[in-house]
Design a binder for this molecule. Structure first.
Ligand code: ADP
Ligand code: MG
Length: 674
């Protein structure tokens, strides 16, 4: 092949013949049979063959080339809106044509727009012998070229077998070579429905291998990190007890259990890699504080990283209250920390005066150096990619290996997903809410009732309750979101002139946001108009009412997070989802799930069904869940087998691990590199 094609293929990560074999079709067309014109129906993709009876350029609303073909059963109209002079000359009356395309019912009976077609010299030319694969492609390489390339690769495969890297398993009888051949060239009788659902044994065989490769690469990532060792953090006698003794509440049994798991990990000279899952409001912050104290008590530093400035600020307030009485030095670092303040923060972190550094992703920028970093805590994990998480652990204390890692996620992750996405982490679950919480009751209301809702919010606030009014916009732009929230706040203030109404959005400066949150927390504001910046972590227990406008625009996980801002105190809380009618079927299903359940795990499972794993984990950009063959949750049923086969490879054929990871590099290489 020429260098230009080679270059284009390299863009797809294809540099070897074997890579082509693993460039698998997205779907198939059946061009193995000729359909009599009379048997073609609206919407069908068919091959038809007939004699051209007429061909003319027609000047209607748009100039088009219209031809009519006829077989022994009927006639069909072909329409081309873009055509060349050569095309026009080709379609001469009397010539024999074979076309492939979708049949539609049009003004002149059955029609095909822009069919693929071929002039036949001899009417008996054979049809395709296999289903026609449609390959994933962007630009530069057309379907015909993909087909020819993959066809050649399959021919070479016949001569030089592709290396089997998995041990044979009875449950997946297809060999690798057969599976690949089958998927590039399925026989005419292949079950198209099964292929479409990704459930064909040939697909399952490849999905198994891909998931095994992914699992092995995560395991390897884990081993590499653990190889480096970590400081054994034994803690300081009495420090934790002192802290817990000052709290206004006692930890729940679940918090105690998870904290004990973490403390045992920290005491070992191997980096902890632990994920703490706990529904919103389950009290993850307290567990993080306990872990931090053990590291600080051992003379090491702790970095606590949150995905948004607002959440980091809230942690700052919470930890200041908890840790200042204990005489623990703290430092703040976000993207907005500039100039002298930044220099001072960096110095205090580098010299170890700050035992706890709290901030956003600014904490893992290159110029941030720690004196003795022993523990990294990442809150709300699903917002960070694996790489960001790992960047912090690179900031190790010289001579002490890597810091321990504690990852906390507010979105409970369905077990299946966490088996795949977090195979490199151990998992603890806080499966209990603090006592006295009452589930939030949720109502769906048509936006037509907005005025009535405003009235009810006013009445509730006058009775001393506090409420959030959440404005959502699909636009990613902070500026537009801010504008919308400002307009809503002004409108609500006009409708409810006697209420003290605050506003918070992502465009506000740190101290301004801080001031508004503090005023709301202190009860000086009774209604807080907000964008989805309050989605994560904001904690004002007295707020017991939340209105979410246009909830149909948000994913389930996000709605659950938002709703989790209320129901934190002991009063009954309410959430009103003020939707724009009419709802799509999917939208209706999502909002109904919200009304019916407050269980984060149930909602996460639903979210996975409705949106797919990339969205659920918020990692589409990081490529975490971009598999080529495997699909979740469709292939969920294979995950036990994946763990078993990965174990077999590790035990019996460790020499195959590199090759497996390499082969499926598209989905796994980024882990292997770390
Ligand atoms: P999340 O898991 O969503 O991060 P937080 O750590 O913000 O939850 O805790 C939610 C609220 O519950 C906070 O106001 C916190 O002080 C309170 N809380 C945490 N643990 C307990 C407990 N054991 N008993 C009572 N309240 C608790
Ligand atoms: Mg939290």
């Amino acid at each position: 092949m020429g260098p230009r094609l080679a270059e284009k293929l390299a863009d797809y990560g294809i540099t070897h013949i074997e890579d082509l074999l693993f460039h698998l079709p997205l779907r198939y067309q059946d061009r193995t049979r000729i359909t009599p014109i009379a048997a073609a129906r609206d919407g069908m993709d068919v091959v038809v063959q007939g004699e051209v009876r007429a061909a003319d350029v027609v000047f209607g609303r748009r100039r088009s080339l219209v031809a009519r073909i006829q077989d022994s059963t009927g006639t069909l109209t072909l329409r081309f809106f873009h055509f060349s002079a050569a095309q026009r000359n080709n379609l001469s009356v009397g010539s024999e044509l074979r076309c492939f395309g979708q049949v539609r019912r049009g003004s002149s009976g059955l029609e095909m727009y822009h069919p693929e077609y071929r002039l036949l010299r001899d009417g008996d030319e054979p049809v395709e012998e296999t289903l026609t694969p449609i390959y994933p492609t962007t630009t530069g390489i057309g379907q015909a070229q993909w087909r020819s390339l993959c066809e050649q690769a399959v021919k070479i495969l016949e001569r030089e077998a592709v290396t089997e890297l998995l041990p044979p398993t009875q449950r997946y009888p297809f060999g690798l070579a057969n599976a690949l051949r089958y998927l590039h060239q399925p026989p005419p009788d292949a079950p198209q429905d099964t292929l479409r659902d990704g459930e064909h044994p040939a697909q399952l065989r490849l999905a198994l291998e891909e998931l095994v490769a992914h699992n092995l690469s995560l395991q390897r990532l884990r081993e590499r990190q653990q190889q480096d060792g970590a400081p054994a953090l034994q803690g300081q006698a009495g420090l934790l007890e002192d802290f817990l003794g000052r709290l206004a509440f006692t930890p729940t049994a679940a918090q105690e259990r998870v904290l004990a798991e973490i403390r045992a990990d920290l005491a070992k000279p191997v980096p902890m890699l632990r994920l703490v899952q706990g529904d919103v409001g389950s009290g993850k912050t307290l567990v993080a504080a306990g872990a931090a104290l053990q590291a600080i008590g051992s003379g090491f530093q702790v970095a606590l990283m949150a995905p948004t400035e607002l959440l980091a600020e809230q942690h700052w307030r919470c930890f200041s209250e908890w840790f200042e009485p204990l005489g623990i030095g703290m430092e703040w670092l976000s993207g907005r920390t500039k100039g002298k303040a930044r220099a001072r923060a960096l110095a205090r972190i580098a010299e170890g005066e700050a035992a706890l550094a709290i901030g956003t992703h600014a904490l893992f920028q290159d110029d941030v150096a720690f004196d003795r970093l022993g523990l990294v805590i990442v809150d709300e994990q699903h917002r960070f990619g694996v790489h960001q998480r790992l960047a912090l652990t690179e900031k190790a204390a010289p001579g002490h290996g890597r810091p321990h890692q504690l990852v906390m996620t507010a979105t409970p992750i369905p077990r299946t997903l966490s088996m795949v996405a977090y195979a490199d982490l151990d998992c603890s679950v806080i499966d209990e809410l603090p006592p006295g919480r009452q589930p939030v009751s949720t109502t769906l209301l048509d936006a037509g009732r907005r005025d009535a809702v405003i009235g009810r919010v006013g009445a509730a606030c006058r009775e001393g309750r506090q409420a959030y009014w959440v404005c959502t916009l699909i636009e990613e732009s902070d500026a537009l979101q801010a504008q919308a929230a400002e307009a809503t706040a002004a409108e609500l203030q006009q409708a409810l002139p006697d209420l003290r109404i605050g506003l918070i959005h992502g465009r506000m400066k740190g101290p301004d946001k801080e001031a508004v949150m503090a005023a709301f927390k202190a009860g000086d504001l009774s209604l807080l108009v907000a964008t989805t910046v309050i989605e994560v972590g904001v904690d004002v227990p007295n707020a017991s009412l939340m209105i979410i406008e246009n909830p149909e625009r948000l994913g389930l996980a996000q709605l659950h997070q938002l709703r989790g801002r209320v129901g934190r105190g002991s009063t009954q809380s309410h959430c009103v989802l003020l939707y724009q009618a009419p709802l799509s079927a999917n939208g209706k299903e999502r909002l109904t799930a919200m009304r019916e359940s407050t269980d984060g795990f149930y909602i996460a499972e639903k979210d996975l069904q409705l949106r797919g794993p990339g969205e659920v984990l918020g990692t589409r950009q990081t490529g975490l869940m971009e598999f080529r063959v495997a699909e979740l949750p469709a292939h969920e049923h294979m995950l036990e087998d994946v763990a078993e086969v990965a174990g077999l490879v590790r035990a019996q054929h460790p020499e195959n691990i590199d090759a497996l990871i390499q082969r499926w590099a598209g989905s796994a290489a980024q882990y292997a590199k770390v």
